[in-house]
Ligand binder design. Structure first.
Ligand code: SF4
Length: 372
């Protein structure tokens, strides 16, 4: 087990598009949660011997007090050998960044920050229900960089209403000037139970047309690669050498552990999701028997399909030899339709990898649907 994900389901306020497991909570509940999280870590100690990447996400981990964060970090360093950890990511809301927080993160070996930027555009930030502005984003990056936290990802969302590529381009230019090393760019997905989802149902929100969205995506890829960002996963771009090691564990379809309410993990062909209810989560830990929202044992066919669906998200694609070693079957024997997709230029076989051509990534769903 090389990777661990830790879920902090607390936010200071709720964004209009958010479908993650999160809540606004009082300090007492947060204190309780961290105690239980530490107990869950102890229950999973057997999996923590070889951890190389840690990712603390949410929710908003930076919404925890410094004292609670320190308690969590102390527990982590007591069960994980930090000498072996290559990448330790912490998700941060720009408004929460202070020198005190940055120093604490540095002290406990965090070496990668994922900043929930989404946009620097005032109107867009308001539509998304974000509480920060472009000034606080700039200040947050300056504080992090001054403290030595220079490996910074910025999350960006595009595809909102009638927005044009020039809005996103302006944001990216500012973030490049601030020297972020990684950009995760996602089109707005409207989920039913979100504020935007309800506005959509009432006819108060108009989603972006799919063709327009694909057009923005193509321009985004072109602009970032022209500006020396490595496009390594369908939605992710970075400076050379700054690929997210933790997220590559997911896309390489490898095992990983997860702790916290709502956290997912993958062990020995079983996908688990911890229960998304704090009282049930606490009760399970008290009984030393975790409560799951779901557990799914994957069949061989499902494992192979996941290998393809996740692997083809990467620009390098799926390595044919790795597929054969993992599943004991030739990739073409398992998926004879690959030849047809190659003939239609939706896939390339470069002898080592099967991949989606970079100029056809916007059509990836046409490829992935074949594995479902
Ligand atoms: S998008 Fe992030 S900050 Fe906003 S509500 Fe969701 S988890 Fe919280």
């Amino acid at each position: 087990m090389k990777a661990i994900y830790i879920h902090i389901p607390f936010c200071d306020h709720i964004c209009t598009y958010c479908d993650f497991y999160k809540m606004v909570a009082k300090e007492e509940l947060k204190v309780n949660y961290i105690d239980y999280l530490i107990k869950e870590l102890a229950m999973k100690k057997e999996y923590l011997a070889d951890i190389e990447t840690i990712y603390i996400g949410g929710g908003t981990p930076s919404s925890l007090s410094l004292a609670l964060l320190e308690k969590l970090f102390q527990a982590l360093v007591s069960v994980i050998s930090m000498d072996d950890v290559q990448e330790f990511t912490f998700e941060v809301n720009p408004n929460d960044v202070t020198f005190e927080l940055a120093i604490l993160l540095k002290q406990y070996h965090i070496n990668r920050i994922s900043l929930g930027v989404q946009s620097l555009n005032k109107r867009k930030l308001k539509m998304l229900g974000r509480s920060h502005d472009k000034k606080s984003i700039h200040q947050a990056i300056q504080i992090l960089r001054t403290t030595g936290l220079t490996n910074i990802n910025a999350d960006l969302i595009y595809g909102i209403g009638k927005e044009r590529f020039c809005v996103i381009k302006k944001d990216i230019r500012k973030l490049m000037r601030d020297k972020v090393t990684h950009l995760s760019t996602y089109s707005l997905i409207i989920e039913e139970k979100t504020i935007i989802g309800r506005q959509l149902a009432l006819g108060k929100f108009k989603p972006m047309d799919e063709d327009k969205e694909a057009n923005i995506y193509r321009k985004l890829c072109h602009y970032l690669t022209k500006n020396h960002f490595v496009h390594y996963e369908i939605s992710n771009f970075c400076h050379s050498g700054y690929q997210s090691k933790h997220n590559l564990v997911y896309w390489d379809n490898l095992n990983y552990i997860g702790v916290g309410a709502g956290a997912s993990f993958y062990i020995d062909n079983i996908r688990y999701t911890n229960v998304m209810n704090l009282q049930e989560y606490f009760d399970g830990i008290d009984k030393q028997e975790l409560t799951y929202l779901e557990t799914t044992k994957l069949t061989d066919d499902e494992r192979m399909a996941e290998e393809m669906i996740l692997g083809l998200r990467k620009l390098e694609g799926v390595k044919k030899d790795t597929f054969h070693t993992k599943f004991g079957v030739d990739i073409y024997q398992q998926y004879p339709f690959l030849s047809d997709l190659i003939t239609r230029n939706l896939l390339i076989d470069d002898n080592v990898f099967i991949k989606v051509p970079s100029d056809k990534l916007y059509l990836i769903n046409e490829v992935l649907v074949n594995f479902i």
